[in-house]
Design a protein around this ligand. Sequence first.
Ligand code: TXA
Ligand code: MG
Length: 342
Amino acid sequence: ETKYLIVDKNVDSHDAYAQAVDFLNKGEVVAFPTETVYGLGAVATDEVAVQKIFAAKERPSDNPLIVHIAHKEQVRDYVQHIPEVAQKCMDAFWPGPLTLILQEKPNFFAENVTAGLSTVGLRVPDHPVALRLLAAINKPLAAPSANRSGKPSPTKAQHVAEDMTNRISCILDGGATGVGLESTVLDVTVTPPVILRPGGVTKEMLEAVIGSVIQPTDKEQENPNTPKAPGMKYTHYAPEAPVLLIEPETENVQQAIAQLQAAGHRVALLASESFAESEANYFFTYGKDDNVDEMSSALYDALRACDKTDATIILATTTTRVGVGVAIMNRLEKAAGGQWYK
Ligand code: TXA
Ligand code: MG
C-alpha cells in the first residue's frame, strides 16, 4: 500500500513531512517533487533502502543515482575535493537543476547509489517540498526520477501514482513541477567539464560562469568513446505508441496527419497551441508557439497523455537546438528512438 500525502501550501503539512521522514528513516522509499521532475527518494547511506528504488523502478543496477542535499556547504563532507569550477557552479546555480559529478569520499554513500563508480552526482533541488523534506530528515537522499524505467519522467504526483502505487511506501504530492525536464548533469572531474545530460541549465549559462564546457551532440553521444552518464544508453521517455518527430511547419504536419490516417493510423499530435485545429485524432499541446520553457514543462505530461488514448502513432513537433531546446530535443530524440516522419 502506498500512502498519498498532499503537501501544498494550503494545508498544514507538518504531519505529512513527519510521516515521510519516518518512512525514510525506516529504510522505505518516498516520492517527492523537485523543480525538475518527481524523485524517488531513499536515504543515500542505506544500501537496502536504495535497493528498493532500483526494484520499484525496475532500473538496471549499473545506472547510478543522483544524491540530493539540502545545502551546498554539505558537499565537502561527501567528496574528496571541490574543484574551483564546481564551487563556481554551486554558487551560481544551486539550488537549481544542475547535477555535479565529483569524486566521492570512499565508503560514504551506499555502494549501489554510485553503481560502483568512484564519482557521485550531487544537487540541491530548488523546490520547497524537496528542501523541507531534506531539512527535516537531515540526511542526503538518493533519488532518481520517479517513473518506471523507460517511461517519461513524472511531472505530476498523479504520474508517480500511475507508475509506483503499491511499489513504494509514500508519495508526497506537491503539485506539478516547474522545469519539467531532468537536471543538467555536468562532469566536473575533467577539464574542461563535460555535459553528460543536457537540461534546464544550458551550456551558455554554464560558460558564462566557468568558461568553456563540452557538450557532445546527440550523434557524438552514440560514439562509444564519448564520456556519458551510464543512464543515457537506455531507452527513455517512451510512450506505448511509436513516436515520429516532425518539424513544426503547418502544411507538412497536416499532410503527415492525412497520410498516416490514410494508412489506417489514429494519430496523436504533440505541438504548440497553433496546431489545435489540426485533423489529428488527439491533440496535446506544448503551450504557446516558440516558448521552450512551456514546452519543456509540458513535454512529459503530453507524452504520458498519449498512453491514455488509443492512438497508434504519435507525431511530435520539434524545436531548434538552442538553449533549453538542446535538452528538449535530446529527450524527444530518445522518445522517438531517433525516428522522423518521412
Ligand atoms: O532532475 C533530476 O536530475 C531528477 C530529479 C529527481 O532530481 N533526477 C534524475 O535522476 O533525473 P535519474 O536517476 O533519472 O538520472 C540520473 C542521471 C542518469 O543518466 C545517471 O546515469 C547519471 O545521472 N549519473 C548519476 N550519477 C552519475 C555519476 N557518478 N557519473 C555519471 N553519471 C551519473
Ligand atoms: Mg530518469
